[in-house]
Design a protein. Sequence first.
Length: 138
Amino acid sequence: MKSYTKELWFNTMFKREFINISEEVEAALKESGIQEGLCLVNSMHITSSVFINDDEAGLLHDFDNWLEKLAPHEPVSSYRHNYSEKNADAHLKRQIMGREVVIAVTEGKLHLGTWEQVFYGEFDGKRRKRVLIKIIGE
């Protein structure tokens, strides 16, 4: 069995942002040479996420609004964590959207559904962040 590791780095422009990383994950799979196996993609930061869904602007906008309703940033005084930092809502948003995805690799390609894309979700941005890609198989 072979394994391949790659890190993606981001400088996000906004506090909350969704970035389609499907092409970068596919490129890493191609670099790995693995034809059959599994591809793990996970955020290396506690206030960001990796998830799979449709790349449709209205849906991404809806995610942002929905997450803000579930874990609003303001008032910052409503979170105990914010006594030391001001990003408690970002930790909660990450918990909702998830840390990682695992994608099957079949015949050298990501085995995704018709509309499925891989996203990096940032909830406490405007700084350098990274994502780990780990691919194992034959």
